[in-house]
Ligand binder design. Structure first.
Ligand SMILES: [Zn+2]
Length: 166
């Protein structure tokens, strides 16, 4: 799977939809800005060298992940009546989410690229680990009780190659 290229016209996913990258150079921009409008992901920047565009896009994804994921965690936490510790958004290459014995929840920022249903699946998966710290039958029954179609969502995640691409 080839790595994403941060050039005009390249496609970047956000919440399950593809957006076309548009780089607009403005000498006056001290710090790059990123906006989403229509089907465009626009980076406004003075410089385009040295991975400036890639850094700006990744920072934008991280900030969106930090806004959206905790909101979904709180929604399902309340639904499942769980107590949780801290929520962290991490840059990891190996996993989508994890949870600790201190009830802290960690999520891969790349989840913000996936459809909301898929993001929700990872949230529910980690919250279910607060009750069942394994992948036993009981664990999957818990997940299924909240998301009856979790298998489709899990399959999407397995097939997406987002971690390899970004
Ligand atoms: Zn698990």
């Amino acid at each position: 799977m080839k790595k994403a290229i941060y050039k005009n016209g390249e496609r970047f996913p956000y919440l399950g939809r593809d957006y076309t990258l548009e780089i607009r150079q403005y000498p006056s921009y001290k710090k790059p800005g990123v906006t989403v409008e229509g089907d465009k992901l626009t980076v406004l920047t003075a410089r385009t060298d040295d991975g400036v565009v890639e850094k700006a896009v990744k920072e934008w994804y991280l900030s969106r992940a930090a806004a959206v994921i905790p909101e979904r965690v709180r929604f399902y936490r309340d639904l499942m009546q769980e107590h949780i510790g801290r929520i962290c958004i991490k840059d990891v290459k190996s996993r989508w989410g994890s949870c600790s014995s201190k009830r802290n929840l960690n999520f891969n920022w790349r989840l913000i690229m996936a459809p909301m249903e898929v993001l929700d699946y990872v949230v529910v998966h980690e919250l279910c680990h607060l009750k069942e710290m394994n992948h036993s039958k009981d664990f999957w029954a818990l997940v299924e009780g909240i998301l009856p179609d979790y298998k489709e969502r899990r399959k999407w995640l397995r097939d997406c190659r987002l971690i390899e691409r970004f």
